[in-house]
Design a protein around this ligand. Structure first.
Ligand code: GCO
Ligand code: MN
Ligand code: MN
Length: 384
């Protein structure tokens, strides 16, 4: 449906927009500078995002419970956080573990050369799974931010086997607890210095089918991560959708060939963002539209909320453009004219062997993609 009226692009919980506590909570620290914003408490984040029309928040264990908190401190924090969720109707659909901040993970977590670190990473993840499930999460993201720092130390095959053992162990834990939880593996090609094992969504998909319980594991593709590798994000997401493996998605903005920028969704490459929204909406994907991005370092708190509101608004504007694209007679006419015959996929080999093709016609035809693309651009630029 195309939207009209003055609240046309106002987000609502049914739109399934979520933010990480770490995204709006990002204080603006970067490799060259200190934080520029004071920390925001998880409760303030929940209340403000609810006001803006989000569906929920996602979190790493330590976004909510600081490392080293005692059991009673943990329980108090969780109780107060749950109260904020109940007061606002906000949900926690996804949870994850911080396996990258602690210096213990300097050689990775599931692929650290030190088996004690690998065991500690699993112990931390079991506790974080319990926390996520307690908050209602049904998706658990695994992102290996520090897996793969240097090749001198280990055979990558060994590291991948450790990685596999870890995910298998976690699946076994979830089964033993009878949790309603699925894993979503998030690929990223590299950090500023280190490479990361399983660098793209395609690598993750191949890896999943080597696990003990592939049915419990899907992917969490991130726009910025595929773009960093110079890839077309929609193609990665389409492959995941087709395989029934799109369990979650991280939306943001990113220029090709840079380290991750985590820009506001659609603020870079709006055309790519449009085709992504088109893919998700045409597929009627029912999952969460999660924004894994943060405000410019120039911003104060009000700029952070402008960033959050803008992320959702841009998605809804693009969704409206998708409806216009799908209803545009000229665009639809061009699409309808594309195919000139029947597919050979199922015809008997003998029939295909004897088919006569008008090769002169096939060789000389034009596809009118210039017109189609220009019409798409005019629609996006607001003159159509
Ligand atoms: C990054 C990642 C993270 C993960 C998050 C959830 O580049 O820093 O995208 O933001 O998504 O840790 O696992
Ligand atoms: Mn990222
Ligand atoms: Mn991410």
């Amino acid at each position: 449906m195309m939207r009209g009226g003055k609240d046309a692009f106002r987000p609502r919980p049914e739109d399934h927009f979520t933010f990480g506590l770490w995204t709006v909570g990002n204080p603006g620290r970067d490799p060259f500078g200190e934080p520029v914003r004071p920390p925001l408490s998880p409760i303030v984040i929940v209340r403000k995002l609810a006001e803006l029309g989000a569906y929920g928040v996602n979190l790493h264990d330590n976004d909510l419970v600081p490392p080293g908190a005692s059991a009673s401190e943990r329980d108090k924090i969780v109780r107060e956080f749950k109260q904020a969720l109940a007061d606002t109707g906000m949900k926690v659909p996804m949870a994850t573990t911080n396996l990258f901040s602690d210096p213990a993970f300097r050689d990775g977590a599931f692929t650290s050369s030190d088996s004690r670190v690998r065991a500690y990473a699993l112990q931390k993840t079991l506790a974080a799974i319990d926390l996520g499930v307690e908050l209602g999460a049904t998706t658990y993201v695994c992102w290996g931010g520090r897996e793969g720092e240097t090749n001198a130390a280990k055979d990558p095959r060994t590291a991948l086997a450790w990685y596999r053992d870890a995910i298998n162990y976690l699946c076994e834990y979830v089964r033993s607890q009878r949790y309603d939880l699925r894993f979503a593996l998030e690929a990223k090609p590299n950090e500023p210095r280190g490479d990361i094992f399983l660098p793209t969504t395609g690598h993750m998909l191949a890896f999943i089918y080597t696990l003990d319980h592939p049915e419990m594991v899907g992917v969490n593709p991130e726009l910025a991560h595929e773009r960093m590798a110079g890839l077309d994000f929609s193609h990665a997401v389409a492959q995941a959708l087709e395989a029934g493996k799109l369990f979650h998605i991280d939306l943001n903005g990113q220029q090709v060939g840079r380290f991750d920028q985590d820009l506001r969704f659609g603020s870079d490459d709006p055309k790519g963002a449009f085709f992504l929204v088109k893919l998700l909406e045409d597929a009627k994907w029912s999952g969460m539209r999660h924004f894994d991005s943060h405000a410019y370092r120039t911003e104060d708190e009000s700029g952070v909320w402008d960033f959050a509101a803008g992320s959702m608004r841009t998605y809804l504007i693009l969704k409206d453009k998708v409806a216009r694209f799908n209803a545009d007679p000229e665009i639809q006419q061009l699409l309808a004219e594309l195919d000139g015959g029947k597919s050979s996929a199922r015809v008997p080999f003998s029939e295909l062997r004897n088919t006569k093709f008008d090769l002169a016609a096939l060789r000389s035809r034009g596809y009118a993609y210039e017109r189609l693309d220009q019409l798409t651009m005019e629609l996006l630029l607001g003159v159509r």
